[in-house]
Design a protein around this ligand. Structure first.
Ligand code: GAL
Length: 420
C-alpha cells in the first residue's frame, strides 16, 4: 500500500513539469520589431499579418522608423539587454550572427527540417540564418541594391535611353539637368549614400574588386587608386542632386521619381515597393536597369526575421511565424509587394512584374556564376561596426566634411582598421 502511494507520488512528481508545460497557455501572439514603415513596406508586412491572423495569431507591432534599420537595431539592443525578447526582429546579415553569438537566439531547426529549408534557401543566406548548425532566423526575401529606378515619362520627355556605362549615366543626368528636371533623387542619410556607393564601387572596379574591397576588406584594394576613382565618381553623382537632399527619407526620394519631379533614384529594390503601392507599372511608368557597369553582378541583402529565445509559451507562435514566412505562397505574395525576390529558389516567378522577373533571374545567375556579393552598406559585407564606419566616411564625403577622394580613402582605411 505504502509502496503504491510512494510510486504514485514519484509518478506525479515526474509528471508535474509535463502537466505544467501542457497547462501553460500558449500565447497566440507574435511580437515583431521592424523598420517597415513606408507605404510599400507596410503593405508587404500586411500580407504576413493577414496570413498569421488566419491561423489565429495576433500581431503585436514594434515599428521603429528609419530605413537601413539603425534606429531599430538600437531599440532591439535595449529590449534584449532588458531580457525582453521580441518573438522576432527584422535583422540584416552580420547582426544576426552577433546576437547568435551572444546566445539569445532561439532554435528553429525542427521546423527547418520539416519544411526542407536547407534545400530551398540559397547558401549565401544560410551563412547568416544558420549559426552553429542551428537555424536562428527565417529569411524573408532577397533584395539587391545595384539598380536604377527611372521615371519612364521623364526619360521619354528628355529623349534619353537607359545608360549602360558610367559615362552614359553622366550624359543622361546632364540631359535631365538641361531639361530642368532634378536628375538624381537622393536622401542625404548615411545609409542611403553608402547603399548608392556600393554600386559605384562595383561599377568602377568590377566584380573582383568589389569582393576584395567590400567583402574581404583587403587593405590593398581599399587603399587603391580604384577606390579613389570610386569616390571621384560618387562626388560627380552628388552634383546631380537637388539642394534639399540632406536628411530626406528614402521613400520621399522615390516619390520624387514616381511624381516625375526627378529622373531617377539609385536604390535597393525596396524602392519598387513604393512604385507598386502607388499603382505604377514596370515598363510603362518606370524602368529598372541595373546600375550601369554592374550587369551580371548582384549586390544583395536579405531581410531576416531573427528568432529570439522566447519563453516556452511563446514558442509555438514563433514556429508558426517562421513556417508562414518561408512558405512558397507567402514568399511569392510578399515579395511581389515588397519589391524583393523570394528567399527560396523554388518559387515560380509567374506573379512578378518585369523587374521582379529580372531580379529572380539575376540572382540565380549571379549565385551560380560567383558574382553574388554582400552589400557592405546593408549589413552583408562585414560586421556592423565596420559597416557603420563605412557609412560614416561615405556620408562625410557626400556632405563635404571630407573634401577630397584621397582623404576619403585614408579615412575609410583608418575607420575600418579601428573597427576591426
Ligand atoms: C533595408 C531593408 C529593406 C528596406 C530598406 C528601407 O535595410 O533590407 O527591406 O526596408 O531598408 O527601409
Amino acid at each position: 500500500m505504502r509502496r503504491t502511494i510512494l510510486k504514485a507520488a514519484a509518478a506525479a512528481l515526474l509528471l508535474a513539469p509535463m502537466i505544467g508545460a501542457a497547462q501553460a497557455q500558449e500565447v497566440k501572439e507574435v511580437q515583431m520589431l521592424h523598420w517597415w514603415t513606408s507605404g510599400g513596406e507596410a503593405a508587404a508586412l500586411n500580407v504576413l499579418k493577414e496570413d498569421l491572423s488566419k491561423e489565429g495569431y495576433a500581431w503585436k507591432d514594434v515599428p521603429v522608423a528609419g530605413g537601413g534599420g539603425d534606429a531599430a537595431m538600437t531599440a532591439l539592443k535595449a529590449m534584449v539587454s532588458a531580457g525582453n525578447y521580441p518573438t522576432a526582429s527584422q535583422m540584416l546579415g552580420y547582426s544576426v550572427l552577433d546576437y547568435a553569438q551572444e546566445g539569445v537566439m532561439g532554435d528553429l531547426t525542427e521546423a527547418a527540417k520539416k519544411e526542407g529549408w536547407d534545400k530551398a534557401v540559397p547558401a549565401a543566406l544560410q551563412k547568416f540564418a544558420v549559426y552553429d548548425g542551428k537555424w536562428v532566423a527565417a529569411p524573408v526575401n532577397v533584395h539587391s541594391v545595384n539598380w536604377l529606378w527611372i521615371s519612364k515619362p521623364v526619360l521619354d520627355k528628355i529623349g534619353g535611353t537607359e545608360p549602360k556605362t558610367m559615362d552614359e549615366l553622366f550624359a543622361l543626368l546632364d540631359k535631365a539637368k538641361t531639361a530642368g528636371v532634378i536628375p538624381l533623387a537622393l536622401g542625404g542619410q548615411n545609409w542611403q549614400e553608402a547603399t548608392m556607393f556600393d554600386s559605384v564601387v562595383l561599377s568602377t572596379g568590377g566584380p573582383e574588386f568589389y569582393k576584395k574591397a567590400m567583402n574581404d576588406l583587403d587593405m590593398e584594394s581599399l587603399k587603391s587608386d580604384t577606390m579613389k576613382k570610386s569616390f571621384d565618381n560618387l562626388a560627380k553623382l552628388v552634383t546631380y542632386v537637388d539642394p534639399n537632399f540632406s536628411g530626406r527619407d528614402w521613400n520621399l526620394a522615390t516619390a520624387m521619381v514616381i511624381k516625375g519631379d526627378a529622373l531617377m533614384q539609385v536604390m535597393g529594390d525596396w524602392a519598387k515597393g513604393e512604385f507598386v503601392a502607388a499603382k505604377k507599372t514596370a515598363g510603362t511608368d518606370f524602368v529598372c536597369p541595373r546600375f550601369p557597369g554592374t550587369d551580371g553582378s548582384v549586390i544583395y541583402n536579405s531581410d531576416m526575421f531573427g528568432m529570439f529565445n522566447v519563453p516556452e509559451d511563446r514558442k509555438a507562435a514563433q514556429v508558426a511565424l517562421a513556417t508562414a514566412t518561408l512558405s512558397k505562397s507567402f514568399q511569392s505574395a510578399f515579395n511581389v509587394v515588397k519589391g524583393s525576390v523570394p528567399a527560396r529558389t523554388d518559387v515560380p516567378d509567374t506573379d512578378f512584374d518585369a523587374c521582379g522577373k529580372k531580379g529572380i533571374a539575376d540572382l540565380k545567375s549571379a549565385d551560380s556564376g560567383g558574382t553574388l556579393f554582400g552589400s557592405l552598406a546593408q549589413g552583408y559585407g562585414a560586421p556592423p561596426a565596420i559597416a557603420n564606419a563605412y557609412k560614416d566616411v561615405v556620408s562625410k564625403f557626400v556632405h563635404g566634411q571630407i573634401t577630397s577622394s584621397e582623404d576619403a580613402v585614408t579615412q575609410l582605411v583608418q575607420a575600418i582598421e579601428d573597427a576591426q
